[in-house]
Design a protein around this ligand. Sequence first.
Ligand SMILES: [Zn+2]
Length: 521
Amino acid sequence: MSRVIRGLAAFFGAPLRAARFMIRGERQLVDLRELARAAQTATTDLAADVRRTEERLEGHGERLAAVEQQLEALRLDVSERLTQANLQLGALMRLLQRPPRSTDGHRDDNAAERRLSGRSIPLSVDSAEPQWAPVIGGDVHPDPKGDEWLVLDVCPFCGHAERSVVVEWNKLIMLAKAPDQQSDRYNYSLCHSCGVVYAARRPAGRRFQFLLEHFGEVTGKAAADGIIPNPLLNPYPLSDADKDRLRRMAAHGVWVSEHSGLKSTEYVEGALKDRFENSVHVDLLGNLVHPANARVLEIRPRAGTIAESLRRLYHADVSVMPMWESQSFLLKELYGFEARGLIDYDHFHIPFEGRFDLIVCNHILVHSVRPADFLREVHAHLNPGGYVYLYNEPEDRQFLEETKSIIAHLNPLHMQTFDRSAMVRALATCGLEVTFIKTRNSNFMVLARAVEGQAAWTRISPANLARRKEAYRLARDRAILKLPADMRERLGTEWTSAIEHTLAAGAAEFDDRGRLRFSVE
Ligand SMILES: [Zn+2]
């Protein structure tokens, strides 16, 4: 029996198992489909969730950025206010520490009358490395590697080594264009012995020549197109057309009357102006040098007033050495002078034989690359007891005590600056003994006599040295704070210390609304 049943079971069992298996498989398939559907739904839902979350996050991000911005603004505001509070506190402390008012009430009598500048000074500025556009014409700079810098280890006049850097930059730091990206650093230094302030790093050779050739642009004096409107100051070589034009203008002579009907562009207007402005030097020389029949050399004459007057009034034998070709041409056309040589500020050389009784120099010591060599060359061409007369040498008071910016003053052709004592000492070191010095229109007129060896001089006293150093440092800091708004970033890292020092010196103060302003004396 059991064999039958087992046989039947075996006979029917396999299809039954198969059928059961198939039924289970179909169910599983259905389950799988449902699972897949559910998974798809879940995925879709999840994607939607992600999208929604992303959108929400985006919204949060925007809000977060806005909050961050507000925080940064707040931080700057707080920092600005803290700086302001700090500076004000410092100013107050200094005020408290000042000695009490004397019984005559002299100290602060002017405080109530003290005026403040119209423009206020920002308490902080950003900082950025300066970048200069090339000078007009985009001329390739002749010294790209910077080989033609002259670095002075000692004072170019007295040879003393101790000095203090008082201003690091020349005027290029506030101009848009420069010869190259390394032309702005001169490290003007105060000599601890003679008191001259000199560029310890100065351009020589072709580097200096390039500056001279682009005189108008590097001093910020040219019009936007680089043209110098005054023909007497034109530094560029003359074309034939230029010469024809100047010849026609000069043919009208010096004394052109205003009722002649000529337009100012039709004659050399500067020639008569030069007579009126420079006849003062003729008067001085006539009285102090007595140049009758003297042999005279005029270096860098302006429009020939001094040379012509000494020749006419004192029968002096006059030679002239102009600066530009345009000047040389006009001196010949206006007065018949045969000029010789053009001035070389680097290797200065007098191209005339023999010695002179008087050498007149206009605005040259300030630009001289090797000033002691220049003065020695002048000395070597003077008769014993002969005179050198220097005029238009800027007195540094114009940017130390007056409001002019020292950085704007020190254009890249300015190699040294003087006060009266420094000028006297500097000349003495080169054998020139000052016999007369007078300041006029912020410039020196100096007459000095050639002596053997050095003329007697004594070094600056420690007290005067300290005063001079402080005056220069204050002028520097004031000039930084006076930079045009679009140039401030170049000296942004100097800004805070410049404010602190200017406040400490009483050259700036806060107004009643907490804005910083310059004190106007
Ligand atoms: Zn010196």
